[in-house]
Write a protein of this length. Structure first.
Length: 324
């Protein structure tokens, strides 16, 4: 039986103090039989962990570029890198927010979410999508990465009901947010419009990547098709656009995880995109739960896994994964 394909998410490149540590990271996972590294180069604060001209670079990386060293070492180690972008999240130091401060997503009462450093932005607005696409295309053009990776590619919990979205709700459904009924009776044209905006970004970037000989992948909501309403994310519509899709099946319960797996297999069946299960090892209570879920991936003939995240994979996990 062919082995499971194995990828890993790495949220924080700041943990590496210099090029040597980044290079060691790539070699370690190549030696362990992983085929895919997904390092986050745009975290929810909107700062960029590579030398960008399109956005604002994180100050700690102004003197060296971790993506440059990681991508180069990955080529040497023959392991693929997909540069990971938290697309719909921005902070006050983001260039998008500095140029367009009014694009923060708001709730049904027209208010911004509770004060915090990072916020969802309105993915319906053209200037937001143009910015997110420009960042991803920049990495495709500048670095020898295998591809780019979408995340937070959605509208955010309870958003967005900004003036721009309200105008289109009125145009498409003839109502205001307070008239939206969520259970069984929904303004279909509006919710489809929200999904289509996000799908357009996925299509634009993935088409660009493919023209350049690169790949595109995404981490998506596990709950399908509920995410169409709650998140404006119609991930099954992307199964012929992307090269890999990883539903975030983050559970401590193998019983629940398997039920999501069955749904994911059905939802993405027949698409060009390889479907892997995204596992949150940090959610699990024991190595036994990890093993049971890996067995289920094999049982349902799923291509492989992507594990969130790097720091949660210890010696026991590596030893177990070698058996798959």
């Amino acid at each position: 039986m062919a082995g499971l394909k194995k990828g890993v998410w790495l949220h924080n490149l700041q943990q590496f103090k210099g090029p040597r540590e980044v290079q060691d990271f790539a070699k370690k996972y190549a030696d362990e039989g992983f085929d895919l590294l997904i390092p986050c180069v745009k975290n929810p604060d909107g700062l960029l962990d590579y030398h960008s001209e399109a956005g604002n670079v994180r100050p700690v990386f102004r003197d060296w570029d971790p993506l440059e060293h990681l991508a180069d070492e990955a080529v040497r180690q023959k392991i693929r890198v997909h540069a990971w972008f938290c697309n719909a999240m921005e902070g006050s130091e983001s260039r998008l927010m500095q140029k367009h401060p009014g694009v923060t997503a708001v709730n049904r009462e027209g208010k911004k979410p509770p004060a915090r450093k990072n916020h969802f932005v309105c993915m319906a607005r053209p200037e937001v999508r143009e910015y997110e696409a420009a960042l991803m295309k920049e990495v495709i053009d500048k670095y020898p990465v295998a591809g780019v990776h979408f995340d937070y590619i959605r509208v955010g919990d309870g958003t967005c009901w900004c003036a721009y979205c309200r105008k289109h709700l009125k145009r498409l459904a003839g109502i205001t947010p307070d008239k939206v009924r969520w259970w069984s009776r929904v303004p279909e044209r509006f919710f489809k419009w929200r999904c289509d905006n996000i799908t357009a970004l996925v299509k634009e970037v993935s088409s660009y990547a493919h023209k350049k000989g690169r790949e595109a992948s995404a981490a998506v909501y596990s709950g399908i098709p509920e995410a169409i309403l709650s998140q404006g994310q119609d991930a099954p519509a992307w199964k012929d656009m992307l090269d890999m899709i990883a539903p975030m099946n983050y559970w401590n319960s193998p019983w629940l995880a398997e039920r999501w797996m069955v749904n994911h297999v059905a939802q993405f069946k027949g698409g060009k995109a390889e479907m892997r299960q995204g596992f949150g090892r940090y959610c699990m209570d024991s190595i036994r739960q990890f093993k049971e879920q890996l067995d289920m991936v094999r049982k349902h003939k799923i291509a492989g896994v992507v594990i969130f995240e790097h720091n949660s994979i210890k010696k026991a996990e590596f030893a177990l994964l070698r058996r798959y």
